[in-house]
Design a protein around this ligand. Sequence first.
Ligand SMILES: CC(C)=CCC/C(C)=C/CC/C(C)=C/COP(=O)(O)OP(=O)(O)O
Ligand SMILES: [Zn+2]
Length: 452
Amino acid sequence: MESFTSPTVTQRDQILVEQQVFNIFKTFYNMPPSSQSFMLELQRENHVEYLTNGLKQLGPSFCVLDANRPWICYWILHSIALMDEFVDPELEDNTIDFLGRCQDPNGGYGGGPGQMPHLATTYAAVNSLVTLGGDKALSSINRQKLYSFMRKMKDASGGFRMHDGGEIDVRACYTAISVASLLNILDDELVQNVGNYILSCQTYEGGISGEPGSEAHGGYTFCGLATMILINEVDRLDLSRLIDWVVFQQGVEGGFQGRTNKLVDGCYSFWQGGIFALLKRLNSTKGERSIPLGGGEDSDPESPQTTASSDATDEGLNEDLSQGGSHSEKADQHDTSSRVNVDKIDHNSSKGHAKVEPLFNSLALQQYILLCSQDLNGGLRDKPGKSRDHYHTCYCLSGLSVCQRSWLGDEDSPPLPRAVLGPYSNLLEPIHPLYNVVLDRYQEAEEFFTRS
Ligand SMILES: CC(C)=CCC/C(C)=C/CC/C(C)=C/COP(=O)(O)OP(=O)(O)O
Ligand SMILES: [Zn+2]
């Protein structure tokens, strides 16, 4: 992965994007209601066609982004799953076989058949197989070898290397810990000192950088926060400053920027939006941790004020960007007693949820995704003027799913229609925010890897 070298944007770049976006909004608001409904509609059929065509091209002759083919599988399969669609059985079979050929005999997955195993493509391949689901896909993963690959990637400092001789960064920590957790092979050896590494990457701004001394960035903040939750050390982070940082990354356009003074981009709908989904669920984790989020003094999950409200309030949905009241208190001491991931976010429990108000403007983000990032012919993009691609399609849709549920206290009930911008048919499948896989696919995998 390249280091971030693109310069801070000039005021002119910023004004140009704002103008472009506001022109889109102006045109939209001047349209008759029937055309407005069309503009806000998720063009499911076109997206599925664009994605399915992409998947069909993944053969030996597919050379574009050659070292990224498991990623292309994941971006496409996850996007299709978010829309509750399926790929046909032959294509599914071919994809499982293809990923099998990317699996290294000594564990882990490379960017294509015969390529050196890499933690990022391992994460993409595993998430792809979990998304496909079923015995053939899930049992194709050699978990024993994968575990030994991960041990080889573990550095004495506690961090992980992306590949043999590769860079150590927060991405590597997240991809290793996420995969190990999902496959039920996470243990003390893998976890050791990861928390210290992530902690050393939280910057003065409150967000998390890719490596110590770099700039806070949404992609790394998501990775760092998810990792800390998975290893049960989240309360070591300064969550209050992290929240302050992330709420200020939402632009006037409604979309998120990845870092301070940069342009908004559709993919941060998930990298930044997913952070809110993680924070929202911290109060519903099993165990003793309870972090008050936007509920101020209502930190007791059993108290009447904080008992889950299964729906959003009218007042709340009409509010503009809600930045919440008091944020988290740092716990006095972190609990490392439970190294293995017993403290996962519990999506099956409807008990103990704090009253939820999003800490970001969920409707404004949905508007940015649908009006500015959506290519009506299929696929989603960074911003107006850019081309659609599978990466942005995946992360815009993942962000949209997060937005649609950002008011839900009880994840088991469907969102209110007014929490979903555009027609209710825009509603996407829920994801597990720690792994970014569709929730029911995660549940199938969890069950499979618990018993096998
Ligand atoms: C699981 C996994 C591998 C996660 C990776 C998360 C991550 C770091 C995402 C951001 C990657 C990206 C394309 C940054 C753009 O930097 P830029 O400088 O071109 O753009 P900017 O101006 O928006 O910062
Ligand atoms: Zn992007």
